[in-house]
Each structure stands twice: as structure tokens, then as C-alpha cells.
Ligand binder design. Structure first.
Ligand code: NAD
Ligand code: IPM
Ligand code: MN
Length: 357
């Protein structure tokens, strides 16, 4: 089969981790007889520099007509002072909105080989940890009304509105419950319904959806408690469903439990099978160009693409097995070994994983 993949390499370590992922996908293509065709499209800071805007219309057009999108990361200090609506990060938000990618799946798993890279005590994560954060991705405070106004005595004010419609909550809740049916049948919905009206609607709608899934246990937690429980006893969680902003924060927290944010992949899905695949981490400007970036989060995002959009489960597993083998062979990127001198570089990591396919 032929698959067309639009590629946003982006900024900072984005191009470095994407290059290793393409290397691995090409190896999968050779082994299983698929042809992956990659089309580079500009977005983010690189697009601002090249064509003067963070998300050119042509990028959206090509992304829409592709079978899936692979994205590295966008943003960096170079563009921190451009106006808010033109920042590199707007490209990411624009792609998510334009492509209808309302469901962001962020699995956080502890690989046994990396148990000692987690900052948590071994007894807290022993026996494995396997959580998936289902983050609503095209609504909430990210996309509500924003603006500036007079703040009276306190001077100029700025605001961002958190808003959710019933249908938006319903569709993301269904994704979470469907996912739980294939896993340990437990959903934890995270909100701030003791304070926020939008969270009270969220909680009501999630409870309604739960009625259609009698076999799935539903727990509700306030986000402050959820943040605490994630480090106190992360193994109580299976599927966590939450809003755009809370999901952003909790998924970074969950990532560190697994040892490094450099390990966490994600899938951003629309209705149907279309998706954009990107690591949870950002452009890591502090290590860009040093060969210290861990490409595994992006490589595993490539595996999610094969599984969720292309329906290639065996091929996806071949990537996950290759990552496992890399770790079992004792190789570590800098983030996984405290920067020890024996760390492998980004390119070596990609080569070793591709060789394991
Ligand atoms: P970040 O995730 O880029 O980096 C946080 C820390 O984690 C840094 O110390 C970094 O070196 C480390 N890190 C991240 N990915 C790593 C990897 N693959 N291997 C090893 N170490 C890794 O977050 P930040 O510093 O808050 O943001 C930097 C820029 O990235 C900002 O402009 C931000 O807006 C952007 N960002 C983009 C995305 C995206 O494109 N999806 C996501 C998050 C942040
Ligand atoms: C992420 C990032 C983005 C987000 C930013 C860069 C817009 O942090 O994908 O987690 O907040 O969604
Ligand atoms: Mn984030």
C-alpha cells in the first residue's frame, strides 16, 4: 500500500527527532512492503522565517489531503516576542482546529528497563504503569474568546474564556469510554467542578455518557487532587479524560513518571481515522543541535500512526518491539541516564532502533 504523510519538522529538536522517525518508518516500509511518501510542509517558527507566517494555507491544504500528519515540535525563544496570534504555537493550534483533531491520546507507560529513570520510588511504579490521558484538543480555554480590556484600578487586563459545549464533552467522553472498554475498564474524569461552571457541565455530560458503558467504572477527581494522586499512586489510573488545558498539564506530569518526556508519544484524532502524530514534548531549545534529543517519543508516535490511522497493527508493534529491544540492550539517550558519557546520540538512537526492525 501507498501512504501519503505530510511532515511538519518544525523548530528546535523537531527536525532532529522527525528525521529518526522517518528512518524507522522507511525500514518498516521495506520490511512489510509498504511505501510511505513524505511531503514536507512548513509550519511554526521555521515557516515564519521562510514565508512570514506560522501556518501557510498551503500547509493546511496539503495536510488535509494527506493520509496522516507527522509533526516534530514548534516554537522557541527566537519567536517569543512575535504577537500572540502569529506565534509558532498558533500553527499547532490552527492545524488541530482545521483538521478537526478533537481527541488527543497521550499514553504514559513505564518500560520495565527504565524503572530506575523514574523519579518515583520503585514500589510506587513496580508492576508496571500504563495510563492514557485522553485530552480534549479543540475546545476549552485554548479556543475560547480572548482579548484585552480595562482592568480598572489594576490597570490593563487580558482574558481567555474557558467554555465547553455539551457535544464537545460528549464526543471526547465517548473516546475515553471506548478506550477503557479495550483496557482495564476504568475512566477517571478530571475537572474543577467545585469552582468552574464549565467543569460542572463537563461532569454532568461525562456521567450521562457513562450510562451507556455499564461495564466501565467512572471516577471523578478535581484537577488539583489528580495532580497529587498521579505522583502518590499513579497505578490507580487507567484512562484519564480531561479538558484541553488540564490534559496539557497532567500529560507532562505523567510523562516524567515514566522517566522522561522524551519517551511520550501522542495521537491527535479526528472523527474517522485521520490523525496528526507528535511527541508530547516541545522543541527543547536548550538541547537543540547537541545530539541529546531523545527521538523515541516521535518514533512511538509513528507507531501510533500505523496503528490508528493506517490500521497496521503488526507494523506498529514492530516499532514498539524495536524500541523495547534498544532499551533491553542497555542503550540510553542522555535524558534517560542523567547525561552519562555513554549516552547514545539522537542519530545513533534512530539507527539502532531502525536496525532492530
Ligand atoms: P519542552 O518540552 O520543549 O522542554 C522541556 C524540557 O524537557 C527541556 O529541558 C528539554 O530539554 C527536555 N526535553 C523535551 N523533549 C526532549 C527530548 N525529546 N529529549 C530529551 N529532552 C527533552 O518544553 P518547553 O521548554 O516548555 O518549551 C520549548 C518550546 O517548545 C516552547 O516554544 C513551547 O511553546 C514549545 N512547545 C511545543 C510543543 C509542540 O510543538 N507540540 C509542545 C510543548 C512545547
Ligand atoms: C502540547 C503543547 C502545546 C499545547 C502548545 C505548544 C500549544 O504544550 O502539545 O502539549 O499546549 O497544546
Ligand atoms: Mn504541552
Amino acid at each position: 500500500m501507498n501512504y501519503n504523510i505530510a511532515v511538519v519538522r518544525g523548530d528546535g529538536i523537531g527536525p532532529e527527532v522527525v528525521a529518526e522517525t522517518i528512518k524507522v518508518l522507511e525500514k518498516v516500509g521495506q520490511k512489510f512492503g509498504h511505501s510511505f511518501h513524505f511531503t514536507d510542509v512548513p509550519a511554526g517558527g521555521a515557516a515564519i522565517d521562510a514565508v512570514g507566517e506560522c501556518l501557510p494555507a498551503e500547509t493546511v491544504r496539503i495536510a488535509k489531503s494527506s493520509d496522516a500528519v507527522l509533526l516534530g515540535a514548534v516554537g522557541g525563544p527566537k519567536w517569543d516576542n512575535v504577537p500572540g496570534d502569529q506565534r509558532p504555537e498558533r500553527a499547532l493550534l490552527g492545524l488541530r482546529k482545521e483538521l478537526g483533531l478533537f481527541a488527543n491520546l497521550r499514553p504514559a507507560m513505564v518500560f520495565d528497563q527504565l524503572a530506575d529513570a523514574s523519579p518515583l520510588k520503585p514500589e510506587i511504579i513496580s508492576g508496571g504503569l500504563d495510563i492514557v490521558v485522553v485530552r480534549e484538543l479543540t475546545g476549552g480555554i485554548y479556543f475560547g474568546e480572548k482579548g484585552h480590556k480595562d482592568g480598572g484600578d489594576m490597570g490593563p487586563a487580558a482574558y481567555d474564556v474557558e467554555q465547553y459545549a455539551k457535544g464537545e464533552v460528549r464526543r471526547i467522553a465517548k473516546v475515553a469510554f471506548d478506550m477503557a472498554m479495550k483496557r482495564s475498564r476504568k475512566v477517571t474524569s478530571v475537572d474543577k467542578s467545585n469552582v468552574l461552571e464549565s467543569s460542572r457541565l463537563w461532569r454532568r455530560v461525562v456521567a450521562e455518557v457513562a450510562e451507556d458503558y455499564p461495564g466501565v467504572e467512572l471516577d471523578n477527581l478535581y484537577v488539583d487532587n489528580a495532580a497529587m494522586q498521579l505522583v502518590r499512586n499513579p497505578r490507580q489510573f487507567d484512562v484519564i479524560v480531561t479538558s484541553n488545558m488540564f490534559g496539557d498539564i497532567l500529560s507532562d506530569e505523567a510523562s516524567q513518571i515514566t522517566g522522561s518526556i522524551g519517551m511520550l508519544p501522542s495521537a491527535s484524532l479526528a472523527d474517522g481515522n485521520f490523525g496528526m502524530y507528535e511527541p508530547v514534548h516541545g522543541s527543547a531549545p536548550d538541547i537543540a543541535g547537541t545530539g541529546q534529543a531523545n527521538p523515541i517519543a516521535t518514533i512511538l508516535s509513528g507507531a501510533m500512526m500505523l496503528r490508528y490511522t493506517f490500521g497496521l497493527g503488526e507494523e506498529a508493534k514492530s516499532i514498539e518491539d524495536a524500541v523495547n529491544r534498544f532499551l533491553s540492550d542497555g542503550y540510553r539517550t542522555a535524558d534517560l541516564c542523567g547525561g552519562a558519557p555513554e549516552a547514545v546520540t539522537t542519530t545513533q538512537c534512530g539507527d539502532l532502533i531502525a536496525a532492530n526492525i
